[in-house]
Each structure stands twice: as C-alpha cells, then as structure tokens.
Design a protein around this ligand. Structure first.
Ligand SMILES: Nc1ncnc2c1ncn2[C@@H]1O[C@H](COP(=O)(O)OP(=O)(O)OP(=O)(O)O)[C@@H](O)[C@H]1O
Ligand SMILES: [Mg+2]
Length: 358
C-alpha cells in the first residue's frame, strides 16, 4: 500500500498515523521540523490535516505534488468568503453574511442582522479565535485591520449545533456517520454526543446538503459540515475539508473511524458505510493536565496528544461508548468528580442529550 504524507503535524495527523498502522499504511505527518530525507514523498499520496500549512521546502514540494488529493479545494474552503460563496451558489442555507469592507456598513449590517453580528477572519481562525461578537456600539472595538480581511455574519439564535461527517470515494460513492450533536463554549468544542439512530429527517437533510457539496467539488476523502439547528431545520455554519474534532468519537464508537475512512478514501480502498451500534460521547480535554485516575472508569478511552498543556489548548479527548445509557451517565458522573469546574456544564449537557435523545 502507498504511504501517505500529511501536511501538518498536529493531533489530527497523529491520529491519521495511528489509524493507518493496523492496515499497514505508513502515514507521515509533515510539520515545520520534518526532515525531507525521512519522508518518502515521491511515491506517497498527499493529504492535509489543516487548511493552511507553514511554508518549507518540503511542504511546498507536497503542496505541488501531483498526488495531492483535493489540492485546489483547500484554498477555496480555507477562505470564508469563497466558502460562503460556494454555499450560496449551491443554494444551501447558511447564516446570512456579507464581506466587511468599511465601517460605514455598520448601520445596515445591524439593521439586517437583527443587532447581533459575528465578525470572522476570512482565513486562519480556529477554535473561535479570529472572531468578534458585536452588538450596536461594540463595533468601535473591532481592530481596524478587520476591514478588508473579514466577513460578517448574522448571529444565529440556534437551538443546537450538529455536524455531519461524510466521505466520498474516487468513484463518487458517499458514506456518512450519524449526526453528531456538539456543544461549543467561547467558540471551542467542549463535548459531542452521537447516537446510532439519529432523527431521520434531519439526517437525510444533512446528507443531501453535504452530498451536494462533495459532488460539486469532486471531493475525495472525509469532509465535515458544521450546522446550526434553527426551527427544526439546518443552516450550514462552516465546512472543513478534513477529519474533524466532532468526529473523534468514531475512533471507539464506529466500526471504521473517520481517520481510517479518510485513508481508505484517498487510497481508493473499499469504503463501506461505517456501522454505529451504540451511543458515543466525546469530551475534549482543554488546557487540563493528564490525570491517570480517569482510566479507573472502564468505559474511558483516553486519547492524549502529548502536547504542552496551555490554557485554551486542546491537549486530548476522552471517548465513551456503551449500548446502555445508564452506564454512560455513570461514567460521566465519575469524570465530573475528576475534572475542573469549566467541564461541569459540558458533562451535564452530554447527560441531558443522552436522556433527551434516547
Ligand atoms: N453566525 C453565528 N451565530 C451564532 N453563533 C455562531 C455563529 N458563528 C459561529 N458561532 C459560534 O461559534 C462557534 C465557532 O464558530 P466557527 O465554527 O465559525 O469558528 P472556528 O473558530 O472556525 O471553529 P473551528 O475550530 O470549528 O474551525 C460555532 O460553533 C458557534 O457556536
Ligand atoms: Mg467551527
């Protein structure tokens, strides 16, 4: 089997490498420090774990490689302006938006967006960074450089957030996981819950939207679509042309993880729909040091990224899955005793989601 080179060497690259290993697929995440002599880039298939990667001689080589899957799609989706334009062209519902060019737009923006505007950098934002939530009067605090480099969206009073992770093969066939329910706080994902039997109408709606996008782009591999639920329907928040944090539960909760699914798709291996037979929960570990007592719970699957722990930084996640919701609730209670205060509302949300959805 061909080796795979990944642009970027963060946790997503690490988990792609882990998924490749049992199948005998060698995966080489490539970051700033990578030594070109240790990476067999010439005979590899190339993919990316981030939308924009640092420039080195090696990453430039990979980015121009003829076997770089989806090469022209990355820049198109990495820029929120061209991403939103794609959604509008496909007539897919998304939060109303416009380009932010001058302060003179504000009266009209607040009038049409019902007095809540979210300014987002066109490129480079993540985990809620590069975003400003503004009500009338707040606009003076916006950095001047935002004009010309941001879009502005209507603030959506959503009842919940979900994401759909799917994959498309070279032959155009597509497969999907059940919808994932997500809780974000301050723009960063705290917890996800997925169930084997999602709401059928919402699932079909999401699949038809992501199908239209992957088909239009002739995309190959795993793509994530983040959505707001508003009045029982979906508005697309954003797309990620890669494996995604809200799909991490699939490592332990699906017969094929999103990481393996992505490798299968880009290597033209069989791509059956992954089987999901139990509810799953994923808790992101953010700025918290490792605690081996977590492992005392038999349902805990700890995924620790071996990164330096810093406030606000994703350093690992815990996956839980079990057919009996009571076992899951019990594990969540146990983890609540070991995790700091900022986790408590996310753990309570996950317990409630399980109860509501079951
Ligand atoms: N238009 C909006 N209305 C209301 N809430 C929003 C809006 N846009 C973003 N948010 C909130 O902020 C979160 C992060 O926004 P978004 O996904 O655009 O940013 P990001 O920093 O690129 O995140 P990611 O880490 O997923 O790439 C959303 O999941 C949602 O909770
Ligand atoms: Mg997001």
């Amino acid at each position: 089997m061909k080796p795979v080179c990944v642009l970027g060497d963060g946790q997503l690259g690490r988990m792609l490498r882990q998924a490749g290993e049992p199948m005998g697929v060698a995966v080489f995440p490539v970051g700033l420090e990578a030594d070109p002599r240790s990476v067999p880039f010439e005979q590899s298939v190339i993919t990316a774990e981030i939308e924009r990667w640092p420039e080195t001689t090696l990453t430039r080589e990979l980015a121009n490689h003829k076997a770089f899957v989806n090469r022209d799609i990355f820049p198109r989706l990495a820029d929120r302006l061209t991403q939103k334009t794609l959604l509008d062209d496909l007539r897919l519902a998304t939060a109303p938006w416009e380009e932010l060019s001058a302060a003179a737009q504000w009266p009209q923006i607040f009038a049409s967006f019902n007095d809540l505007a979210i300014v987002k950098r066109r490129v480079g934002g993540y985990d809620g960074r590069g975003q400003w939530r503004l009500a009338p009067g707040d606009e003076a605090a916006l950095p001047q450089e935002c004009y010309g480099s941001c879009i502005v969206e209507k603030g959506i009073g959503f009842s919940g957030e979900v994401s759909l992770i799917g994959a498309r093969g070279y032959d155009g066939c597509m497969v999907f996981y059940p919808l994932t329910h997500n809780l974000h706080q301050d723009g960063i994902l705290r917890a996800s819950v997925a169930l084997p039997q999602p709401d059928g109408a919402l699932q079909r709606r999401a699949e038809s939207m992501l199908s239209a996008i992957m088909h239009e782009l002739k995309y190959v591999g795993v793509m994530a679509m983040e959505c707001f639920i508003l009045n029982g329907d979906l508005l697309i928040n954003e797309l990620a042309p890669r494996v995604h944090n809200s799909g991490h539960w699939t490592q332990n909760g699906a017969s094929i993880s999103q990481f393996e699914l992505h490798l299968r798709a880009i290597l033209a291996l069989p791509l059956p729909e992954p089987d999901v037979s139990t509810p799953s929960i994923m808790i992101n570990l953010i700025g918290t040091d490792i605690n081996t007592h977590w492992l005392a719970d038999p349902l805990v699957h700890l995924h620790w990224y071996e990164k330096e722990v810093r406030p606000g930084r994703k350093v690992g996640h815990i996956n839980l899955n079990h057919p009996d919701g009571q076992y899951l609730a019990h594990s969540l209670h146990y983890l609540a005793t070991l995790l700091p205060a900022e986790y408590q509302s996310g753990l309570a949300w996950a317990r409630q989601k399980l109860a509501d959805l079951n």
